[in-house]
Every structure is written in C-alpha cells, then in structure tokens.
Design a protein around this ligand. Structure first.
Ligand code: F3S
Length: 405
C-alpha cells in the first residue's frame, strides 16, 4: 500500500506510539484487502464499548492507547456501553462491572472521543454527508450510513475504527470504491410493508435471501415505495444481522439507487415469506414473557412520544427497559415524556442496550419489536422471544401475567 510522507512518519512512530500502533493496524488491513492507499475519513463510530464484550484485555488496550498519546483527529462517537452511565444501579448492574465500564469510558474520553454511547449516532450529532469516507463500526449504523445517507464505510471492528480515529484515515477498499457499491442481487418485494416491526421482518427475509445467494456485497430492492426514518433504522439493523449486509439500494428512497445498474430480479418476497419470518421469532408464549424491551436500534424522539401516549396513566406488569441515546432522553425529559413513562414503571436504559448489558440468566423470555434484538437475545443470552409491533409489545407489558396464555 502506498503511503504519503505523513503516513510513513506515522508508521515510523514519529507521531507517537498510539499513532504507530494505529497505522500498523491499518497497514495490515490494507495489505489483506489489497488497498492501494489510505483515504481521509470525516467521522468515526467505535463499537466494542461494553466491558462485557471488551473484558480486561480490551480495557488495557484502550488505556495503553490513551496513555501513549492517542488523540482522535475527527469526530468520533461510541456505540452503547454495558450500562446506563448515570443510572446503572436501577438496572441492577453490579458495582464492580460499573467500575470497569467507567474506566473504559474514561479511556475513550482521554483520547477525545465523544462519549455519546449510541447505535444511532446519526441522530446525535454524528451525521456524515453523501459521498464522505467514514470509518464506522456497528452493523446497523454502517448499513444506514452507506445506504440511506450515501456515505462510504466498511464494517469496521473496534480496533480498526479506533485506528481510523487516531490517524484520520482508513484503507481504500470495499465500500469506499465505486465498484463495490454496485448491486449484485435484485430482490422484488410484493407485499405492503409498514411499521418498524414489518420492516424488521423484511430485513430478516431479504438478509436470509442474501445469505442463500452467496452474500452479495450490495442488494437492489424494488417494490418498497415509502419508508420513515424509524422503518429504515429497523430495516438496516435486521438486514445487517441476518444478511451481513452493509449496503442496499431502494429506488426513490436511497440516494445511489438512481445511478446504479440493477441486475435481473432473481428473488421475490411475498407476504407469506414475511409471515414466516415473524413466526420463526415467536417461540415464547405470551405468559412466559418476563422482560420487555424497545429501542433496538435506539429509540427516536417520535418513538418515545408514542410510548408516552400508550402508557399515560397506566402501569406495566413486567420488567420493561427502553434504550436510547442520552441527547434523545434529554429531549424526552424536556417534553415531559420521561415523567409519564417512568410513572408507568418502565425503566430508561440510556447509553446501553439489552444485547451488550450483562443480563444473561436474569430473564427467560423477551418481548420486543426488533428482529435484531430477537436474534441476539437467543444467540447471546439464550432467551426465548416474542416479536410483534411496537404497540403490541407495549400491550404485552401492560397485561396481568396471570391472564396470559
Ligand atoms: Fe443498537 Fe444494541 Fe440493537 S447496539 S442496534 S440496541 S443490539
């Protein structure tokens, strides 16, 4: 890989040990993927923030990078941490875990990372522009950035995203190049899809079709004529989880669809396929549900407003967490939604999510409107799942457990 004079100096260690380590990571990645050069990035999103995933070795790596002078060169934000930074006691987090998680966040902060802790950074101030090169980890946000915004990123891992932040660069391969952004699978949708939940089911169905088709790099999806921010957020999370997808094009909805050449349509998704997707995520009976969660990906302010409307003057009967970003929670506070929601017994789990929080063994069955949350609830925590719309999820939480069956 060809390096500029400044990049060679970084690799030689003339800009400090953290920068040298970062350049070593990027150079190795560039060699593996055949990149010819590095490109400057305008934004970074780092995943692997929860101490539950990082462990002691990951924490030490971060502290060493901070100690060795690592400082971010571009706007850099964080994925959810393993707990609500301000309110972890309410969620039953162990003090020792909280202490280690605070050390992780302190290390990031020393490096100049903005500790927003959200998987929807594009709603909290990290919003790249069309065509910009960025280095994002977090599969749902990568899919959103590439597809909905038209920015350019590969699916980074925690260390490679941090390396990009500390050097302001990433190797130019994969989705940074025009050729990888052309679709190599065309899926037609012959069903009316509405609501985040149905878009989640659609993402699962298309994701699985992508896997069956040999994991194409990008997919062209026709037949979907409208989608809200919330629906696209849910679709991206699901498509990335079940299909490993980082880029899709939808004519009329995503910015690069008009300029790409769609291949012949080879896959058709109908209502029956969507119904099957929903069925496979419903292995828990309603009576078994002992944990309810909304906010995967993190809730928008519109979703929180809807929740407050549904919960006004009512009491939930099961443990119920909602996950969102701190800046969105602050808007909810100001609007009075927080008061209504907390009065109903629902807990805010801000800065975190139910997949990266250490909750294994605490619950048996999760009800959620997120296909991605269902996947990880089973894969990581062995929970059974119930998958239904946002409003239906709230309804489950409101019912007396003894009336369920
Ligand atoms: Fe976000 Fe956690 Fe879901 S990171 S997309 S809430 S699994």
């Amino acid at each position: 890989m060809e390096l500029t004079h400044e990049e060679s100096q970084m690799l030689d260690g003339r800009q400090g040990r953290a920068v040298r380590k970062s350049m070593e990571i990027l150079a190795a990645l560039g060699e593996i993927y055949g990149a010819k050069r590095l490109v400057p990035v305008s934004s970074v999103q780092i995943a692997g923030v929860s101490y539950d995933n990082l462990g002691e070795a990951g924490l030490q790596f971060l502290e060493e990078m901070a100690e060795n002078g690592g400082r971010v060169r571009v706007l850099t934000t964080l994925n959810p941490a393993g707990m609500d930074i301000e309110n972890w006691q309410v969620l039953g987090i162990a003090p020792e875990f909280a202490r280690q998680q605070q050390r992780v966040l302190a290390a990031f902060q020393r490096m100049g990372v903005t500790v927003t802790c959200t998987c929807t950074p594009y709603l909290s101030g990290n919003l790249p522009q069309f065509g910009q090169h960025i280095a994002w980890a977090e599969s749902s946000a990568v899919c959103y950035a590439n597809s909905v915004i038209g920015a350019r990123t590969n699916r980074e891992g925690g260390p490679s995203a941090l390396a990009a932040a500390l050097t302001g660069r990433t190797p130019a391969y994969g989705y940074h190049l025009d050729e990888a952004r052309q679709p190599d699978l065309h899926v037609g949708v012959a069903a009316r899809v509405q609501g985040s939940f149905q878009f989640g089911a659609l993402g699962k169905t298309i994701g699985e079709a992508m896997q069956a088709a040999g994991k194409p790099g990008a997919v062209y999806i026709s037949g979907v004529t409208s989608a809200s921010l919330e629906e696209l957020k849910s679709f991206c999370a699901s498509l990335a989880t079940y299909g490993g997808a980082a880029l899709f094009h939808m004519p009329g909805l995503t910015p690069e669809a008009a300029s790409c050449t769609p291949p012949e349509q080879t896959v058709q998704i109908d209502q029956r396929a969507l119904d099957r997707a929903v069925e496979t995520l419903n292995d828990a009976a309603p009576a078994e549900v002992d944990f309810v969660s909304l906010g995967c990906p993190h809730l928008t302010i519109q979703e929180i407003a809807r929740l407050a409307e549904l919960l006004e003057g009512r009491q939930v009967r099961r443990e119920f967490w909602i996950t969102t970003a701190r800046p969105i929670k602050q808007i909810a506070d100001r609007m009075g939604y927080t008061r209504v929601i907390e009065a109903s017994g629902v807990k805010f789990a801000v800065d975190t999510c139910c997949v990266v929080a250490p909750i294994q063994g605490r619950f048996r069955a999760l009800a959620t409107d997120s296909a991605k949350a269902c996947y990880y609830a089973f894969a990581k925590n062995r929970f059974k799942t119930r998958f239904q719309s946002f409003d239906e999820t709230v309804a489950i939480a409101l019912e007396e457990p003894r009336n369920k069956g």
